[in-house]
Design a protein around this ligand. Structure first.
Ligand code: AMP
Ligand code: MG
Length: 318
């Protein structure tokens, strides 16, 4: 199987990072919400990036990693206590990790987009993480601008009662699967077809500043979706489309930030999951997302994710 070792390393790394994030959320986030102190999310971001970069740098030392976080601030004397906390959480998984190693692993994720690189969002949907809602650990491998492998860990996501914590995995040309995040048999997934359901749904962000909700509602309606949207944080929205739980994910530029450009780590893993499930992803002009240009999708605006069949009607409505 092509990319078998990349896939396995990525899965294990995302699982370890998810374990760390959930431990942080169990132990310190409730306290933080009371104090309105956002620092614990930083602890989980840093810890997750450290674990994943450690795994990637060991298995694929030549590969660049373009991650969301860096350790510059963590290395300052004022942050010593915070760094000790990150290190302690990392040690729950890598018992002999030192603070110095932790900062070095985090900064391994400060690479540049190259002909082959990984992109990582250690916690996508930070606001959801803090609220106790959805978040995702997102990791993807890109070669010559094409996403080859994507792993999306969603610790709070559930599509069937009694099963919370899902992982989506896709390899280019080999399809996409869904499995329990903690491990279990991967099930092949497929987007929903219009024939399968006369009750199609769409997903959008919880955060109103990350989209244009009134326009999103109008476009969905024009494409024949009559139900209210399902609002979710993070790339869990891509999982919903890939697994057939929703037919459409709209992320139109917010009127408040019309010049915002999407970050590669907010999309790469989700994009390949949906494409390998039979769906389609473009920007609002119908162009493919270009992952070869840098940390931002500078050539694209907004994102349209669909089951494929409603994509053109959606673009026409836009
Ligand atoms: P979501 O959970 O879908 O709302 O997306 C979370 C992501 O939105 C974060 O990882 C940010 O990188 C990204 N983000 C921040 N500001 C904006 C913005 N103005 N428009 C779109 N996305 C944004
Ligand atoms: Mg993010």
């Amino acid at each position: 199987m092509p990319y078998e070792s990349e896939k396995q390393i990525a899965i294990q790394a995302v699982q370890a990072a998810a374990q760390l994030c959930e431990q942080v959320r169990r132990e310190i986030v409730p306290e933080a919400i009371e104090k309105k102190d956002k620092s614990p999310v930083t602890v989980a971001d840093f810890g997750a990036q450290a674990l994943i970069c450690r795994a990637l740098s060991t298995a694929f030392p030549q590969d660049a990693v373009v991650g969301e976080e860096d350790a510059a601030e963590l290395r300052t004397p004022e942050m010593a206590e915070r760094l000790a906390q990150v290190t302690q959480y990392v040690q729950a998984i890598v018992p002999d990790a030192t603070a110095e190693q932790v900062t070095d692993w985090i900064d391994h994720g400060n690479g540049q987009v190259a002909s082959r690189y990984w992109t990582l969002d250690p916690i996508d949907g930070t606001k959801g993480f803090l609220r106790g809602d959805q978040y995702a650990i997102a990791l993807a491998l890109i070669e010559d601008g094409e996403i080859k492998v994507g792993v999306l860990g969603c610790p709070a996501l559930s599509f069937t009662e009694g099963q919370t914590g899902l992982m989506g995995v896709a390899v280019r040309g080999a399809g996409a699967t869904l499995s329990p995040l903690a491990g279990g048999t991967p099930q092949s997934i497929q987007v929903v077809s219009a024939e399968q359901s006369d009750n199609l749904r769409f997903v959008e962000s919880v955060e109103s500043g990350h989209g244009d909700q009134s326009r999103q509602a109008a476009v969905a309606k024009a494409a024949g979706i009559t139900q209210d949207s399902l609002r979710m944080d993070s790339q869990a929205k891509y999982m919903a489309v890939a697994a057939g739980e929703a037919a459409l994910y709209l992320r139109l530029p917010s009127p408040k930030t019309p010049d915002y450009r999407e970050k590669i780590w907010d999309h790469a893993a989700g994009v390949i999951l949906v494409e390998e499930s039979g769906g389609r992803v473009t920007d609002i002009a119908g162009k493919s997302l270009d992952f070869s240009l840098g940390a931002k999708l500078v050539n694209n605006q907004g994102v349209v994710v669909s089951n494929g069949s409603i994509h053109d009607p959606v673009l026409a409505a836009l």
